[in-house]
Design a protein around this ligand. Structure first.
Ligand code: SF4
Ligand code: SF4
Length: 300
């Protein structure tokens, strides 16, 4: 039996039985909440992305590329990420300039110290040294605390699936591990989405602002927001006017403590039990249909 706070797999949950689930998850929650004060473990030279909104032409090549490498389908014109698509481009009218629009890419920001990971009672989300915040579907119990904790409102739930999972951008972690760059950055025809070491992208963003003060607002969104994020943005329109969340510089304790404080142990146990039943049913249905259980089919 794993000790409190240790990663727990769905299979382990099933094997341990109901009572143990309640207490293990409660212990995990407390441990994770404490961990929210810990420093991020991403390396200094971790990867990041710089999105320069002044260079985005709204072609959605990034969205098509994301769909292709991740096997998603759907309307690429959707303005927000959802359970079936991890990145989206929305058109925003510039306030005071009705004939002008900007195109705003939205996806997981891959926070340096992610609130979603701090809130997750079973460590299904974690920051990796390379930069991505990884999601392990096999561990997820579907409690959705990550969705409540995220200051950017990013994780989505696959409500219309019989066996839903949390969905969010994976920062093409598998491509990074293979020495490739994320598909969206590779597909961007203008260089509006740039991939590189985060520290170098911050330096480049500062340089662009310094050299073109008439072109940019003097701010790199993501440099400090929520303790800093791996995805950084430059813009010529104030970010709040483009719908970016007004997120302070605090790291995730601010976002996770209220979430975890409201989580009674019994609720966690019920969530775990429900997930166990659901997982069992999914395994049985999948076995009958001759396919792998949901959650194994497409793991970010
Ligand atoms: S943006 Fe939200 S989902 Fe993405 S790493 Fe940050 S807290 Fe987690
Ligand atoms: S829904 Fe899954 S990933 Fe999100 S907090 Fe719960 S267990 Fe973790």
């Amino acid at each position: 039996m794993p000790h409190a706070g240790a990663p727990i797999s769905r299979r382990a949950l099933l094997a341990q039985g109901a009572g143990i689930v309640v207490f293990t998850l409660a212990g995990g929650a407390a441990s994770q909440a404490r961990a929210s004060a810990a420093p991020p473990d991403a390396a200094d030279d971790a990867f990041g992305m710089l999105v320069d909104l002044t260079e985005c032409i709204g072609c959605r090549s990034c969205v098509y590329a994301c769909q292709e490498v991740n096997g998603w389908r759907g309307d690429p014109e959707r303005p927000e990420p959802d359970g079936e698509q991890w990145t989206a481009v929305r058109e925003v009218a510039v306030p005071g300039h009705p004939d002008e629009v900007r195109y705003v890419r939205t996806q997981c920001f891959h926070c340096l110290d992610p609130a979603c990971a701090s809130a997750c009672p079973v460590a299904a989300l974690r920051k990796t040294p390379d930069g991505p915040v990884a999601y392990e579907a096999d561990r997820c119990i579907g409690c959705r605390y990550c969705m409540v904790a995220c200051p950017f409102h990013i994780p989505r739930y696959q409500w219309d699936r019989a066996l839903p999972l949390v969905a969010k951008c994976a920062f093409c972690a598998r491509r990074l591990a293979a020495g490739e760059i994320p598909a969206c950055a590779e597909a961007c025809p203008t260089g509006a989405t740039l991939f590189g070491k985060r520290s170098e992208l911050v330096a480049q963003a500062r340089r662009r602002i310094r050299e073109h003060p008439d072109r940019y607002v003097d701010r790199i969104y993501g440099a400090v927001e929520a303790g800093g994020t791996s995805w950084l943005y430059l813009s010529d329109v104030p970010f709040e006017k483009l719908g970016f969340p007004a997120v302070g510089a605090s790291a995730p304790g601010e976002f996770t403590r209220p979430v975890m404080a409201k989580v009674p142990a019994v609720a966690l146990g019920v969530a775990g039990l429900m997930a166990a039943v659901r997982w069992l049913e999914g395994g049985r249905e999948a076995g009958e249909a001759g396919r792998p259980p949901a959650g194994k089919e497409r793991e970010p």
